[in-house]
Design a binder for this molecule. Structure first.
Ligand code: ADP
Ligand code: MG
Length: 261
């Protein structure tokens, strides 16, 4: 796997980590039937952190971040997002989903809706935002991801990179405090990876709290303040990027890095 060079100037001094806790996971365990997929997960994420989650396929990365906005249930332990405990109480789930945006590998846009409608659907129907206000906000975020001119097109008319930027804009329209990314560039051609990473870097520079599952180790090195390595359902190791890459502690991390770098 090649390491994409980010030729953009990245100003990490703008990426401030606050003392305020955004996500607290305590002794969390999850099973799929009899299969113990997440084991004793403990993790505290502060506001403004940019965390990259790395690890081999099947290690539980997607399951972990899907638990953070209740796309998956956990069976033991505690998850608190922005001060709200994630129980199976639907009211809390709605509150948490409104604060946590998620972007997937496959963009999951609604193919029969225009780009603008994709961005206004949830604000109008879930948040009861007036249509005009929702459209103004959607245009603001489409400008931010640099495709306002695509607003009236349908997803199928856009490139993969453009569709992924729409997916990011659509999430931002719900005004989340935390963004989760699950391999947002894995389905993209190389020339489109950079435009999506650029959008993510801008979000980081604005102080967004981000958890990103990604194989883009250039992004991890330059943007993350912490890299978490998962294997077999556990957090095996975590460190600041420089230490993580230059001085991995566990044998499993060393093996993983030797395979990808
Ligand atoms: P990663 O994102 O690190 O590749 P996943 O979180 O997708 O890993 O999956 C972790 C493990 O859980 C894998 O062994 C996978 O096959 C299994 N798994 C994922 N989703 C389900 C599911 N819905 N039901 C049963 N097993 C699942
Ligand atoms: Mg995954």
């Amino acid at each position: 796997m090649s390491e994409l060079a980010l030729d953009r100037e990245i100003d990490r001094s703008k990426m401030k980590v606050s003392d305020e806790v955004a996500i607290q996971i305590t002794d969390m365990n999850k099973w799929y039937g009899a299969f113990h997929v997440l084991r004793d997960i403990n993790l505290t994420v502060n506001q403004g952190e940019r965390i990259v989650i790395a690890g081999p396929s099947g290690s539980g990365k997607s399951t972990l971040i899907r638990c953070l906005n209740a796309l998956e249930e956990h069976q033991a332990g505690k998850i608190v997002v922005d001060g709200t405990e994630l129980s199976n109480d639907l009211k809390n789930i709605d509150k948490i989903r409104s604060e946590v945006g998620m972007v997937f590998q496959h963009f999951n846009l609604f193919p029969h809706l225009t780009i603008l409608e994709n961005c206004t659907l949830a604000p109008i129907w879930v948040r009861k935002t007036p249509k005009k206000e929702a459209e103004e906000r959607a245009m603001h975020f489409l400008e931010k991801v640099k495709i306002p001119e695509q607003a009236d097109k349908y997803p199928g008319q856009l490139s993969g990179g453009q569709q992924q930027r729409v997916a990011i804009a659509r999430s931002l329209c719900m005004m989340p405090r935390i963004m989760l990314f699950d391999e947002p560039t894995s389905a993209l051609d190389p020339e489109m990876i950079k435009e999506v990473l650029d959008t993510m870097i801008e979000l980081a520079e604005e102080g967004m709290t981000m958890l990103c599952v990604t194989h883009e180790m250039g992004f991890a090195r330059q943007v993350a303040n912490r890299v978490i390595f998962m294997d077999a359902g556990q957090i095996v190791e975590q460190n600041e990027p420089e230490e993580f890459f230059n001085n991995p502690q566990s044998e499993r991390t060393k093996l993983f890095l030797s395979q990808i770098l």
